[in-house]
Design a protein. Sequence first.
Length: 511
Amino acid sequence: MLYFREAFAFTEILLKSADLIHAPRKKKGMTKMEKVFKLKQNGTTVKTEILAGLTTFMTMAYIIALNPNLIVGFGQGAFGGFGEDGTAAWNGVFMATCLASAVAMFCMAFLANKPFALAPGMGLNSYFAVVIAQIAGAAGCSYLVGLQAGLCIILIEGIVFILLSIFNIRQKIVEAIPLGVRLGIGPGIGLMLMNIGFGSNAGEGASSEYYVMRDFFGALAASSAKEALGEYWPNMVLTVVTMFIGLFAIIILAHYKVKGAVLLGMLAASVLNWAGKFILGSNPFASLATASWLPPFGDMAKTTLFKFDFATLFSIGWGTVIILIITFCIIDMFDTIGTVIATANRANMVDKDGNMPQMRETLLSDAIGTVVGACTGTSTVTTFVESASGVEAGGRTGLTALTTGVLFLACMFISPIAAIIPAAATSAALIYVGILMLGGLKNIDLSDISIAAPVFIMLLAMPISSSIGHGIGLGLITYSVIKLCTGRVKEVSWLTWVISAIFLLKFFIAV
């Protein structure tokens, strides 16, 4: 695979450079790397950091293809879709994913000197796709215009996060939200991801309605339905088998602690799908013959680069826009801070009180990445839990993040390869990530009904409504009402009351 050869060739060059860096120099070997990243102080070396960066890249590179597949693929055929701009929009989100991730990781490297990698967050990107469709439906516009309106939300969120991070308010806001509700958001998003993976995202092409899991099992139960599918039935079977093979491969590889389990599982599923398409008489690589191998900056400029449509966004109502912005802010705050703290604890980067140095700079990095993502064309950028893989490989400084960021930039040259990855293979990754997120339930005190009830309502509401925001709103309202009626009102923070009131307005006054 050209993709892996380029990545490893680049890494080999970096490693050779690392050996040169360690050669004797002025000031008794003091190097620029040592000055910038404080390698000795953190008990690491250039070579270790670069290998850790490669490891992180291998575990999260799936987002490069998965993100545009989710954001753009979700809108195929919906509200006018993209028309002739479908490929251009995919390329735009692809480029935005690479650029925003790289910029965020460079900020993480030089501002915070932490080994955390960032990219458009899983869960947040699928929610963003749902929001785009909702905007398109409410405003009566195409999905592409809905995307350009949705990017305004991401821009506002990023600017808000920059201000909150600078003044250290962001962490205080998170701490004011009930811990049980906070911990339940991740598992709720996990169920939503699994629902998307088993359902809408498994489809592809003009006949996507025939590729979803629910239709597959419906066809098995009714022979007439199977016959009605006709020529689509073999493709449906191939899609479903692809998804399951990918899921099983990821799980087995992860069990044996194979680096890049998600990426390798997606690759295995893709190879199976490509072989199946050849057998069924189609060429999955046909698009490569006419594809451009230069970074598609033109497509990004045409569809997503600074394409903010505030008029369409606010046409759906100020109240709705405010709710969406607050929802994105809440979800991203929980996602980022939870990931950072968990990874920092695993790497022994916290002090005796459980606080991590440079927390403000760390949060500021993802805020800057979010603004860049909005300007280029993707959803909220956040810290990835896959950063733990690089930490396990010895990464302790920003050089790890810098290495991963450079590799993301290099990926701008392989968009045609990323584009032929079947949606069913990305569905396998979605389902696996969803399963992992469900593991967060073990950290919740379910013996307390005032915690258990809001959490389980969120778990049901998110996949059923296809809205993370609605799930959080119902969870907070449930929590507040139970505390109020059981004489424990003092346990509810003023901020929880404010957010609950906003969601009540959203649900019942139809703002």
